[in-house]
Ligand binder design. Structure first.
Ligand SMILES: [Zn+2]
Ligand SMILES: [Zn+2]
Length: 264
């Protein structure tokens, strides 16, 4: 199958390559549409603020400028190869930040939104060193905390899409602590929420080697009649070009019809 769109790609407005190169890769890949979903955090808490300063990107400050850039890229697109470009976001979710998130999303009015949990215990979920120092029971608790946040994200109904539902499985130190009960809780929350999950190809060609959600998790969700949005979660043009064919294959293998993250 050919996918019409990739709804999860980054640019230099967060931690990806220049915006025009990402859009050009999507057009080269033959996509009808690409969603630019740069990272964004709007928490006023000290830790996220410090993390933002360290990383140096702030889509909450720059989305207006990015919007202008997207407008001129649309105008420049050749008539022979037009591509729809969505002005979207991957926003960090934490239950403590719900009112700030709601206010920001209302003001920014993106085409659609992905909400992602990237932090547990005030540490980034991909920070291997941090988790390597934890005991087994601490790790169990941290993974439980992660899924509590994912369920809260889905139930908040603040977002169109929930990003990479089992992202913690990427981190070797956190891998294997996800339980069937976690799968079922997330699947049930999805069944009763307008927020849809993605099939995320962010680490399928890397060391981790799986899509999000992983097969057993996917089975729990599919038992509930939930649909999926396709996302390569690319940060570089080459990643988009490499991941798109495997993502298409995945949708075909699972006999899934990709959905759009917004109502048309
Ligand atoms: Zn993410
Ligand atoms: Zn991402």
């Amino acid at each position: 199958m050919t996918l019409p769109a990739d709804y999860h790609a980054h640019s230099n407005y967060s931690d990806g390559r220049p915006l025009p190169s990402m859009v050009a890769a999507a057009a080269d890949a033959g996509l009808e549409a690409i969603g630019i979903t740069d990272h964004c955090n709007v928490s006023s808490r000290e830790l996220p603020q410090r993390a933002k300063r360290k990383l140096g990107f702030n889509l909450d400050q720059t989305y207006g400028r990015r919007r202008e850039a997207l407008r001129s890229l649309r105008e420049q697109a050749p008539e022979s190869n037009p591509i729809t470009i969505y002005d979207a976001v991957e926003l960090d979710y934490d239950p403590r930040d719900e009112s700030e998130i709601e206010r920001f999303l209302e003001d920014a009015a993106f085409d659609y939104t992905i909400g992602s949990v990237h932090v547990v215990d005030d540490a980034n979920i991909f920070d291997r060193e941090y988790f390597a120092a934890k005991s087994e029971s601490e790790l169990q608790d941290l993974v439980a905390e992660y899924y509590d946040k994912v369920v809260a994200l889905i139930e908040s109904e603040l977002f169109d899409v929930v990003g990479h539902v089992d992202a913690i499985e990427r981190t070797p130190e956190l891998r294997g602590y996800t339980t069937q009960a976690h799968y079922e809780r997330v699947a049930e929350a999805l069944e009763f929420s307008p927020t849809v999950p993605e099939i995320n190809a962010g680490r399928v060609l890397e060391e981790y080697g799986h899509f999000h959600p992983a097969p057993a998790f996917l089975e729990a969700i599919q038992g509930r009649d939930v649909q999926f949005v396709p996302g390569t979660d690319s940060h570089r043009p080459a990643e988009l070009l490499d991941r798109l064919p495997v993502l298409e294959e995945r949708f075909a293998d699972l006999d899934l019809e990709p959905v759009t993250p917004f109502s048309e």
